[in-house]
Design a protein around this ligand. Structure first.
Ligand SMILES: Nc1ncnc2c1ncn2[C@@H]1O[C@H](COP(=O)(O)OP(=O)(O)OP(=O)(O)O)[C@@H](O)[C@H]1O
Ligand SMILES: [Mg+2]
Length: 490
């Protein structure tokens, strides 16, 4: 018997329900040692639920988990770690006021790994250097971007030296370079004979790094395939079934062309959380009826730019004008009325303990909104939820993102400032959202799209800017090809 093909982990007939929601239905998967096994599926398919079961965060209703030929019970995180299973969660859960090193120490302590600060820092530094993770152990977490936090979570799991490593959407916001580092790293773990389970909704990523791919849809295993036998079209079909064709027809492109200036920035300096100038002498214009896409890497100041324009940060130098008013004169309520805002970290804008309806309503101006309108919005955005009464905290990652985005354009503000709006969304959901953006633009809305996804910026922007080396440069209107953007980045 070929050792490589021997299952390391075998899950058999797993089922998990949350009240009326059947998150997993009789799921059976055979995971081999020394493979990168991708779990692929649309938003809400059940991927995270499966990961959480293996990590001891959720308990199964029925089914068996067999590791190394032995049936095991996973009742909590400790059980899972004891069996050599570690997980990197979809959303970083770090303590804001502590440094990275302190967070690592706390986590190891919680897992029952008694370590001194020094030895953890030493181990952490070794991993950081070996895999080029680019993490500053002394930084306070509240100053970190989403992608930096994600890296810290990866580091946290690596410190445990696991036999089975589960990564739940590990590259949501990593730069291309960081992704390559991570992939290289995953490969070396695989070559050591470990099992790596990567959960993703990204088809390219699955085909790029996976050895085998299991597709989940609606809580069921559709198929497990060898990468050698897979291609993009077939995967899309297996992932989404019949919804694919329906969405394609929707693609809107009609535009009215740019109108009046609705947002302007002239000669402004922008600061990071340490008070360091992160962007210098920024000049930027957004006009009615257009999408102005700004591309920048994580940590480039993209997030700070968005936060400044929404009035959340101090700035100096020139002037910021929103709908004819000086930003310094606009109070929070006025701002919320004029501008929709999607932050980098949506957990800052949503309240997980409240249900969907309440999350729509907590935005002061949404008290009067009708229930059937909210239902219409949920359908339009394809938010997978049992009802308006479902708690936001129990939505899947992608559906939570859709909730955050939909809430901001539900009443058609004049301007939408969106930081990485399609983060965590699956292939079809991105198309759906881009279509919704187009519709909003055609109705006179304007979008400042601040995105770390170069393809998104190129695909839907009327005018493109690039942030690089603390400067923002805008390409001539109509010039928005990939090579132009890369030229500016170089
Ligand atoms: N604690 C919970 N309570 C109630 N429902 C839940 C809970 N956790 C998950 N669900 C539901 O189970 C289904 C599957 O969710 P899951 O998070 O596993 O999806 P996913 O495949 O990871 O999607 P995404 O790509 O959006 O992250 C969803 O309908 C979700 O709302
Ligand atoms: Mg998920």
């Amino acid at each position: 018997m070929n050792m490589d093909k021997e299952p390391l982990l075998f899950i058999h007939n797993l089922s998990k329900e949350f009240g009326p929601i059947k998150a997993l239905k009789n799921v059976s998967i055979n995971f081999r040692r020394g493979e990168i096994h991708i779990i692929l599926g649309e938003n809400g398919a059940g991927k995270t639920t499966l990961a959480k079961i293996l990590a001891g965060i959720y308990r199964i209703d029925s089914g068996d988990i067999i590791l190394d030929g032995r049936k095991i019970r996973i009742r909590n995180t400790k059980d899972s770690l004891k069996n050599g299973i570690a997980i990197v969660s979809q959303y970083p859960k770090l303590i804001e006021q502590l440094t990275v090193a302190e967070n690592l120490l706390l986590a190891m302590d919680k897992y029952g790994y008694l370590n001194t600060t020094k030895s953890i820092e030493k181990d952490a530094k070794e991993i950081i250097n070996r895999y080029g993770l680019n993490i500053d152990l002394n930084k306070k977490v509240y100053t970190l971007s989403f992608s930096e936090r994600q890296r810290v979570e990866i580091l946290k799991a690596l410190l445990l030296k696991p036999k089975v490593l589960i990564l739940d959407e590990p590259t949501t916001l990593l730069t291309d370079k960081e992704k390559l580092h991570l992939y290289k790293f995953i490969n070396s773990l695989r070559n050591e004979g470990r099992l790596i389970i990567v959960i993703t909704h990204r088809i390219d990523e699955a085909l790029n790094i996976g050895d085998r791919i299991t597709i989940l849809r609606n809580g069921e295993v559709i198929t497990t395939i060898d990468k050698k036998n897979a291609n993009k079209e077939m995967i899309i079909h297996e992932m989404f079934g019949a919804t694919v064709e329906k969405e394609k027809q929707l693609k809107l492109s009609k535009r009215n062309g740019p109108g009046d200036t609705v947002l302007s920035v002239v000669g402004v300096d922008i600061y990071d959380d340490y008070g360091n100038k992160i962007l210098e002498n920024i000049t930027l214009e957004l006009r009615e009826g257009e999408i102005h896409g700004v591309f920048g890497l994580a940590g480039s100041g993209l997030k700070e730019l968005g936060e400044t324009l929404y009035g959340l940060r101090e700035y100096s130098g020139g002037k910021i004008t929103i709908l004819g008013q000086d930003l310094r004169r606009i109070d929070r309520d006025e701002m919320a009325n004029m501008v929709g805002y999607i932050p980098d970290n949506i957990l800052k804008s949503l309240i997980l303990d409240l249900n969907i309806e309440q999350n729509y309503r907590v935005k002061q101006r949404l008290w009067r909104i009708q229930e059937n309108y909210m239902e219409h919005i949920i359908n339009k955005f394809r938010i997978k939820a049992e009802s308006l009464k479902q708690n936001a905290g129990t939505l899947s990652g992608g559906n939570l993102q859709k909730l955050a985005v939909s809430r901001e354009i539900i009443l058609k503000p004049k301007i939408l400032i969106a930081i990485n709006p399609t983060k965590a969304l699956d292939h079809i959901s991105i198309e759906t959202l881009h279509n919704i953006f187009m519709e909003y633009i055609n109705e006179g809305g304007s979008i400042l799209l601040l995105s770390e996804d170069i393809n998104e910026v190129i695909d839907i922007s009327d005018i493109v800017s690039v942030i690089t080396k603390r400067k923002l440069r805008t390409l001539e209107r109509g010039i928005n090809k990939r090579e132009h953007v890369l030229e500016l980045l170089a």
